[in-house]
Design a protein around this ligand. Structure first.
Ligand code: DGY
Length: 320
């Protein structure tokens, strides 16, 4: 009998079709809406392999209700949506997609830094709504990125790719990481700082650390108060690392200059979210890895994992 492979989102037919040769493939049917948790609770009972996206909360209770589940392939490099401790205890392997989305996510981090610094969203909105009626000396004046100090929180692969891009903009790059990264210091000319020092020195701060028990709420009112009033913070990692209520207050009171985020505590974010009322806040809907080429590579990596599992070989790209 073929193993049941449940895919929790709608993937292109050319990706799914070859899997049907060896698996009984069942798939969420629409791109209009993601699979609700209630449906996930049902399908998990049937699955041997489940192909998940980061919105799927794979908690202990859910995993414990899956008698046949052997493998979770997460279509993301981050895996904070999966209870790894529970998965390990239950003998369920978990895989992700490291490496292939590094440059694409670094590009978005840089895009958000430039967009926010140069007030591109505000400028475009003003033009389209007919407010470009004059040339003013300080009209839409932003901040220079070239030559500024960039602080990277979380110096992993994506941090290094951002540092590499920053060299081309003649930026001084400082970083904070759980462990000092001597190789990165040598290769990219970046310097380590304690978090508080990074916060007070940087003109731009890019948050790239994974969401863990230690990083949840890492940037709150105290940390934002350490930043320069001319500084900008950009989060392309996970919602919940920067406290949204504290960020709202800091932006509203102009304690910091601007912020942007690709990620939110609740995704999709409500259009009524207070942050979205602020002109000095730029938001994107979690598109860090969203290019056609990278998404294809991510799917291919997940397929390598499930194929190796099916063939009884060591599971590729395995986290646990
Ligand atoms: C990831 O892979 O973790 C990204 O956030 C998805 O875009």
């Amino acid at each position: 009998m073929k193993p049941v492979l449940w895919i929790t989102c709608k993937l292109p037919e050319e990706v799914v079709a070859p899997l049907k040769e060896w698996a009984d493939v069942r798939q969420w049917p629409t791109i209009e809406k993601n699979m609700p948790h209630m449906r996930l609770q049902e399908v998990i009972k049937e699955a041997t392999i489940i192909w998940t996206i980061m919105g799927d909360q794979m908690d202990r209770e859910l995993l414990a209700s899956a008698p046949n589940l052997k493998l979770i392939c997460n279509l993301a490099v981050g895996y904070n949506n999966i209870d790894l401790v529970a998965a390990k205890e239950l003998g369920i392997a978990v895989t992700n997609t490291p490496g292939v989305l590094t440059d694409t996510t670094a590009d978005l981090a840089f895009t958000l830094m430039l967009t926010t610094a140069r007030r591109i969203v505000e400028a475009s909105d003003e033009l389209r709504s007919g407010q470009w009626t004059y040339w003013g000396v300080n009209q839409l004046a932003g901040m220079d990125v070239f030559g500024a100090t960039l602080g990277i929180i979380g110096m992993g692969r994506i941090g290094e790719a951002v540092a590499q891009r920053a060299k081309g903009f003649d930026m001084d790059v400082i970083y904070h990481n759980r462990n000092r990264r001597m190789e990165a210091e040598e290769q990219y000319g970046v310097s380590y700082r304690q978090l508080d020092h990074l916060l007070s020195e940087a003109d731009f701060i890019i948050v790239l650390t994974p969401l863990t028990a230690e990083t949840k709420g890492l940037i709150g009112s105290r940390e934002l108060a350490l930043m320069k009033s001319t500084a900008t913070i950009i989060n392309v990692a996970r919602g919940g690392i920067v406290q949204e209520d504290a960020l709202y207050e800091a932006l509203l009171n102009n304690d910091i200059w601007a912020a942007s985020s690709d990620v939110f505590e609740q995704e999709p974010v409500s259009v009524k979210h207070p942050l979205l009322t602020l002109k000095n806040f730029v938001a994107t809907p979690h598109i860090g890895s969203a290019t056609l080429r990278t998404r294809k590579k991510m799917m291919e990596m997940n397929i390598q994992s499930m194929t190796s599992f099916y063939k009884g070989e060591p599971i590729e790209h395995r986290i646990i």
